[in-house]
Ligand binder design. Structure first.
Ligand SMILES: [Zn+2]
Ligand SMILES: [Zn+2]
Ligand SMILES: [Zn+2]
Length: 106
């Protein structure tokens, strides 16, 4: 699933890497210091399904991910992320597109 994240202005890594025990997974000093300088504008981290390489849908802002595992986390719920998510879903599912289903009958 694709996610929206805020990148640190100091080291360009995800702000999540600066939190909790995550610093142990990266050699980055900024991350290990535990203080991120988040860019207020979210960045889309797309994931692609294999083998077709189709971009996976976006986690809604504020979604609880990986519930019940040690990697449980919640996607960012800020206004900027909501706005970005809406813009992305508008682009992918344009509500203006005419529905042609059901018009082929009598
Ligand atoms: Zn950083
Ligand atoms: Zn870093
Ligand atoms: Zn956010």
């Amino acid at each position: 699933m694709s996610v929206l994240v805020h990148l640190c202005g100091g080291c360009t890594h995800q702000t999540a890497w600066h939190q909790g025990g995550n610093g142990g997974y990266t050699p980055c000093r900024c991350c290990r210091a535990g203080t991120a300088d988040p860019d207020p504008a979210p960045t889309l981290l797309p994931t692609f399904s294999s083998p077709h390489g189709i971009r996976e849908p976006l986690w809604e802002p504020g979604t609880q991910r990986n519930t019940g595992t040690t990697h449980a986390s919640r996607t960012c719920d800020c206004a900027q992320c909501h706005e970005a998510a809406q813009a992305i879903s508008r682009r992918e599912h344009p509500s203006a597109a005419p529905r042609l289903v059901g018009l082929s009958g009598r």
